[in-house]
Design a protein. Structure first.
Length: 263
């Protein structure tokens, strides 16, 4: 994608995502996500629903994505081949979340699963593309890390969304089903975290979701000690993965630093 076009489209996509998410939060007459689709996505709907405070992470994610959009639009980042190569996927990732919000508002619960699964797939694809070339300078922090946080949370949210659809439309989500999805989420987040340059953010964001699932099952409704403990284990594992990625990232950066000129 041409650099100037990339800068404009990424910026506009980020603005659209923030505006639509604001409406989805209940502002400007929109229906809050927890109340849309018959309450299927509320924080007490299923065994995999994170407790309410978990969703505060969206403020961090949107803020980070706005930073990404603004910084990449600066003149000094105009001719950046790495950003140009991944721009199409970044724009798609920014647009799929407002699309998901609009689908939720329309009450099409089955379609929300399709859209959020597509969003997860796009973010995983982005992680693979970003891993092909190490970021230069601070790009890892203002570009890769926001996308990592986004990916980590969406991986957790996809499982919660799938459980909400199954519970509302097919059959009550049982403990074994919830445990299987927790294992899948933990495994997938670990894999993505190990390849994405800002991978610590992937694991940390999924750990945040798992921790609030644990809180919801151990201290809220629906109650399940088994799922709660399993979510605690998942969160602990992912925190360990995030720590490992921070250490590995520090080593890689140090190894990549230019050697001092000989005299």
């Amino acid at each position: 994608m041409p650099s100037r076009l990339r800068q404009v489209l990424v910026l506009l996509s980020a603005i659209l995502a923030v505006v639509v998410s604001t409406i989805g939060s209940g502002a400007f007459g929109g229906t809050p996500i927890a109340e849309a689709s018959g309450g299927a996505l509320s924080d007490d709907a299923t065994l995999l629903a994170p407790a309410g405070p978990a969703f505060a992470i969206w403020s961090l994610i949107y803020g980070a994505l706005v930073v990404l959009a603004v910084v990449q639009a600066l003149p000094r980042h105009r001719d950046d081949e790495r950003l140009d190569r991944t721009a199409g996927w970044t724009i798609l990732a920014l647009l799929l979340n407002p699309a998901w919000i609009l689908v939720v508002q329309a009450g099409a619960l089955w379609l929300t699963v399709v859209v959020i699964a597509a969003l997860a797939a796009v973010l995983i694809r982005l992680a693979l593309l970003l891993s092909a070339e190490q970021p230069r300078g601070a790009q890892k922090w203002w570009h890769d890390l926001p996308l990592a946080l986004y990916a980590g949370w969406v991986i957790a949210a996809t499982a919660a969304n799938a459980a909400a659809f199954v519970d509302a439309e097919i059959v009550t989500v049982t403990v074994p089903y919830a445990l299987v999805l927790l294992v899948v989420v933990t495994f997938l987040s670990t894999l993505v975290a190990m390849v994405q340059p800002g991978g610590a953010g992937v694991a940390a964001a999924t750990a945040w979701g798992a921790a609030w699932i644990a809180y919801g099952r151990l201290a809220g409704d629906p109650e399940s000690t088994v799922v709660g403990v399993a979510a605690v284990v998942a969160a602990g594992w992912l925190i360990g993965v995030a720590g490992l990625r921070l250490v590995r990232g520090h080593i890689v950066v140090a190894d990549a630093s230019p050697a001092p000129a000989s005299r």
